[in-house]
Design a binder for this molecule. Structure first.
Ligand SMILES: Cc1cc2nc3c(=O)[nH]c(=O)nc-3n(C[C@H](O)[C@H](O)[C@H](O)COP(=O)(O)OP(=O)(O)OC[C@H]3O[C@@H](n4cnc5c(N)ncnc54)[C@H](O)[C@@H]3O)c2cc1C
Length: 398
């Protein structure tokens, strides 16, 4: 360490990396912070391609990192949004049972919401109609804390704060390897070597690869799951007022296709969940042999695929057939016609999977000497980013 303060290098310019860097400049004003991002702009991957929901923490086991950091992160995020004038809204959300077979699971979700300290209400079919006149439900729960925001806008604020604090921001700089030593870390990048006293790797879809490139064997691998969205045409957008979610199937890893009226007023349906054919595979055409071979060579992937082959096949059908996608939406809002939905964007989730084929459920941080690797930061990590940052910075090696 020099008199100037230590050199902290953050790899990855998504919301989590930017939040970590911003936290360091606030907590250690003398530190010299650098952010390395392989793309020529910030927040181009998961952060810029998500549902824009400020999650409440409803689904996560009480006491888990997701439950605690989501709630604290959401509070910090809304404070930032108010301070910086980032458009946001606390809309609340509905989780809707469309058949009596889902009532037990809806009840369990209600209990979990209470256990997580949320303001949750049970609603009858009639009460649902008052809030969302076009939604079909036998019952629902309403969670007050959920909201919407634009995470690209939040990332822009973090970038501006970093610039104001004099941090070195290097978009267009990919880390390709490195040598973590006892006193310092040398990172090899496409623009030469960067030396750090401490490094934090928040590389999203490439988190496990970067860990290996730095000589760390991560306990899990990233499997990329694409989530595709459709958008309701303006003529049908009135059918959805807020956020409408199905009751998730606990056997499945994701929340199920939901309807979201974003902060821009557009209503999106999605995301589905299909295996992406490359780490940043936003369409079926984006296939990369190396990525596919890597996934195919990972035993954990095949174990996961065997367990979920039925739902996986249904997801692929939903991806290639607009009618199937619309059928799923119609379960929540029967009046939506197939032609009311137009293809929209897609995102790819970086989901860590263990060698035994189970998903890493919680956020996962691993320490390698002077390097901290964030190995699992899927949803709700955008909501939780400011709290993840606080926790990571507290745990940085001295
Ligand atoms: C479809 C979808 C919907 C979602 N919906 C929500 C939601 O509504 N609410 C919510 O809270 N969360 C949601 N999430 C999750 C949320 O978007 C992510 O958890 C969050 O954005 C993770 O941020 P990150 O910074 O870790 O990753 P990213 O945003 O992916 O950023 C990682 C960055 O690292 C860079 N990078 C990678 N490798 C290198 C390298 N070698 N050198 C330099 N840079 C590198 C990448 O280019 C990228 O910019 C959703 C995710 C998806 C995919």
């Amino acid at each position: 360490m020099t008199a100037l303060g230590r050199r902290v290098v953050v790899v990855g310019g998504g919301i989590v990396g930017l939040a970590v860097a911003e936290r360091v400049v606030r907590d250690e004003p003398s530190s010299r912070v650098t952010v390395l991002e392989k793309e020529h702009d910030w927040a181009l991957h998961q952060t810029g391609r998500n549902s824009g929901v400020v999650h409440s923490g409803l689904y996560y086991p009480p006491g888990s990192l997701k439950a605690r950091w989501c709630a604290a992160g959401a509070r910090a995020l809304l404070d930032l949004a108010r301070e910086e004038g980032v458009p946001h809204a606390r809309t609340g959300k509905l989780v809707v049972a469309t058949s009596t077979t889902e009532l037990a699971r809806l009840g369990a979700l209600y209990d979990r919401g209470l256990a997580n300290g949320l303001t949750v209400r049970r609603l009858t079919a009639l009460e649902v109609r008052e809030l969302e006149p076009h939604v079909s439900a036998v019952a629902a729960i309403h969670v007050a804390q959920t909201g919407v925001i634009d995470y690209r806008e939040v990332s822009r604020v973090l970038v501006r704060r970093l610039q104001d604090a004099g941090a070195t921001l290097l978009p267009g700089t990919a880390v390709v390897g490195g040598h973590p030593g006892p006193d310092r870390v040398v990172l090899e990048t496409t623009r030469g070597e960067v030396v750090a006293d401490v490094a934090v790797v928040c590389a999203g879809l490439h988190a496990d690869r970067l860990a290996r490139a730095l000589g760390h064997q991560p306990s899990a691998r990233i499997v990329p799951f694409r989530g595709e969205y459709m958008e309701l045409q303006p003529s049908a957008a009135h059918l959805v007022r807020g956020l409408v979610y199905p009751v998730p199937d606990p056997a499945l890893p994701f929340l199920g296709v939901h309807l979201t009226r974003g902060i821009d007023g557009h209503v999106h349906a999605g995301p589905n969940a299909v295996l992406a054919l490359s780490r940043e595979g936003y369409t079926w055409r984006d296939a990369r042999a190396m990525d596919l071979l890597e996934t195919a060579g990972f035993a954990g992937f095949w174990r996961l695929a065997r367990r979920h082959h039925r739902s996986g096949a249904a997801e692929v059908l939903r991806s290639v057939s607009a009618r199937r996608f619309a059928d799923t939406v119609r379960r929540l809002v029967p009046e939506v016609r197939t032609e009311d939905l137009v293809p929209s964007s897609a995102g790819v989730r970086a989901q860590a999977v263990k060698p035994d084929g189970t998903l890493v459920d919680d956020f996962l941080l691993e320490r390698q000497g002077r390097v901290v690797h964030l190995l699992n930061a899927p949803s709700p990590a955008a909501t939780a980013a400011l709290e993840i940052a606080r926790q990571v910075v507290r745990q940085l090696p001295t």
